[in-house]
Write a protein of this length. Structure first.
Ligand code: GLV
Ligand code: MN
Ligand code: MN
Length: 409
């Protein structure tokens, strides 16, 4: 099946008709439909499907004949199928669809793996439902306590354990899977570029160099609910005001330190137009070129939050929801990608990124690398995210080249 047909079969799943964006949240019906799509794509290719204990999907292309020599570890590619609220079609799915298409390309060229080759789709990469980014790969790698993960609530108070159980997955089994990881020799994730460096460089493909350290912090301001038409300004304890100060402080701190900081989510309770709020919760997303800079940004924002909360007689709690340290992709694997592409005349600059990926989490346990596919505007986490069909095809060709050299050579 061509890339276009495979891509087209995934496109309708979880798409919101009004915004044109995707709402594919972990362990929901849209997620189940994505899982069914993955299973069917694997079955059409005679790939052996496994759902690991953490709900990540794997499609295995086993080498023919008896098991390979000891130490013949798997080459794994893939990405994720979940989305941010109203996300684009490409962030995650491009890597999964390209992986299946790369397998098709290798087979059409008569290539056969000499070591296991797998396509993975990691669960809850965006953390859109349970707040922790890369939850599936974090659990797999032992980077989060399984008990704490089971208790993570979504916006309605449904826990991860409850949502998994309702979707037919046993939450008691989640946690590190050292045997599975020990069988993986390399993970290569193809992803749409989330920036426009490639457009500026006039190249279709890049090789990932590093991921900025980044994280999410939840700030909860608790005030005194009151009447908007009668409570005197001097008497108010309005949690919206220190929250507003935080939004501005985040922007200032990011600019001052050469970093990025975003407040993209806020809830006000009880949410009445004509009342001072009882509670305002806001989420800070901060990212920096190194950990010292990231910490400086977060320190500045938290200090501003404390000052503003105290000034308005409002309570404040702040907690990190997920923090990912700086990641440098494996230099040896990166070199192998570079020579595979160079040998086929594919120009691929090396780029850093501020976006998080399962490859970044897994880098602590196995050699990982990334390929990026040009995004003409650089816009991502938005329905406007885009890659041209010719660039998607170039991505499949590049991934197939890398998989051929790593798994079939
Ligand atoms: C994932 O896309 C992230 O960087 O938040
Ligand atoms: Mn994303
Ligand atoms: Mn992604």
């Amino acid at each position: 099946m061509s890339f276009a047909a495979l891509w087209g079969s995934l496109l309708p799943i979880g798409r919101d008709g009004l915004s044109g964006g995707y709402r594919r949240y972990a362990w929901t019906p849209a997620d189940a439909a994505c899982r069914a799509w993955f299973t069917q794509a694997a079955a059409e290719r005679d790939l052996r499907v496994l759902t690991d204990r953490n709900g990540n999907l794997w499609a295995w292309w086993d080498p023919p004949g008896p098991a390979g020599p000891a130490g013949s570890k798997a080459v794994v590619t893939g990405s994720h199928l979940d989305s941010v609220p109203d996300g684009g079609a490409f962030d995650g799915p491009l890597g999964v669809v390209s992986s299946f298409a790369a397998v098709d390309m290798l087979r059409a060229e008569g290539r056969v793996p000499v070591r296991p080759l797998a396509i993975a789709a990691f669960s809850e990469e965006e953390g859109a439902r349970f707040g922790v980014a890369c939850l599936g790969s974090r659990l797999l790698a032992g980077a989060i306590d399984p008990g704490a993960a089971r208790a993570l609530p979504d916006a309605e108070g449904v826990t991860l354990a409850e949502a998994m159980a309702a979707a037919g997955h046993d939450p008691d089994g989640i946690g590190p899977d050292d045997d599975l990881l020990a069988a993986v020799g390399a993970y290569v994730e193809l992803h749409i570029e989330q920036g426009r460096a490639l457009a500026d460089l006039d190249a279709a493909i890049a090789i990932g160099e590093q991921i900025w350290p980044h994280g999410r912090w939840r700030l909860e301001f608790t005030g005194r609910p009151d009447h908007a038409g009668t409570a005197a300004l001097a008497d108010r304890h309005d949690p919206m005001l220190p929250f507003a100060a935080v939004v501005l402080a985040a922007r200032e701190a990011a600019a001052a330190h050469g970093a990025l900081a975003t407040v993209g989510k806020v809830t006000a309770e009880p949410g009445a137009v004509n009342a001072v709020s009882a509670r305002v919760s806001g989420w800070l997303d901060a990212r920096g070129p190194d950990e010292r800079v990231l910490q400086a940004v977060v320190d500045d924002v938290l200090a501003a939050a404390r000052d503003a909360a105290a000034g308005h007689g409002v309570g404040l709690t702040a907690a990190a929801e997920s923090v990912t340290p700086a990641v440098r992709f494996d230099p040896g694997l990166r070199e192998r990608l570079a020579s595979s592409l160079a040998a086929r005349g594919i120009r691929a600059p090396v780029l850093p990124t501020g976006a998080g990926h399962d490859a970044g989490v897994l880098a602590a346990r196995v050699p990982t690398a990334m390929l990026f596919v040009r995004n003409p505007t650089g816009v991502s986490h938005s329905p406007a995210e885009h890659a041209e069909p010719a660039d998607c095809q170039a991505g499949v060709r590049a991934l197939a080249a890398v998989l051929e050299d790593l798994a079939c050579g």
